[in-house]
Write a protein that binds this ligand. Structure first.
Ligand SMILES: [Zn+2]
Length: 105
């Protein structure tokens, strides 16, 4: 019997208790199918990729999307200054601004 995806996820994330982990890891050693499932589950975005099933979006839809994106107002790139801005000196904190101690009341 194969462990469910929930169990595999629990083992992958370290949430399962030790006996279950040992059981599952022992099973994974002899079961390529579950190893593949485990690899998918532990991939970043693996669960999402499985849902897509390798299908690409229809080209017409894709072209429409690209056209929409191209027509979106793009943020204007910041104009490069002709001269380097001078470094800002650190502002010293005047002693009066420091928190006074012992005068609470
Ligand atoms: Zn299995």
């Amino acid at each position: 019997m194969h462990p469910t995806e929930e169990i595999l996820l629990g083992v992958a994330s370290g949430e399962s208790d030790l006996p279950r982990r040992i059981l599952v890891e022992g099973h994974l050693e002899g079961c390529a199918s579950c190893r593949a499932t485990m690899a998918e589950l532990t991939l970043p975005g693996g669960a999402l990729l499985r849902g897509l099933d390798g299908q690409e979006p229809p080209s017409a839809l894709w072209q429409g999307l690209l056209g929409r994106i191209a027509r979106l107002p793009q943020p204007a790139p910041a104009p490069a200054p002709d001269w380097p801005s001078p470094p800002v000196p650190p502002v010293p904190i005047p002693p009066a601004m420091k928190t006074r101690s012992g005068t609470s009341g």
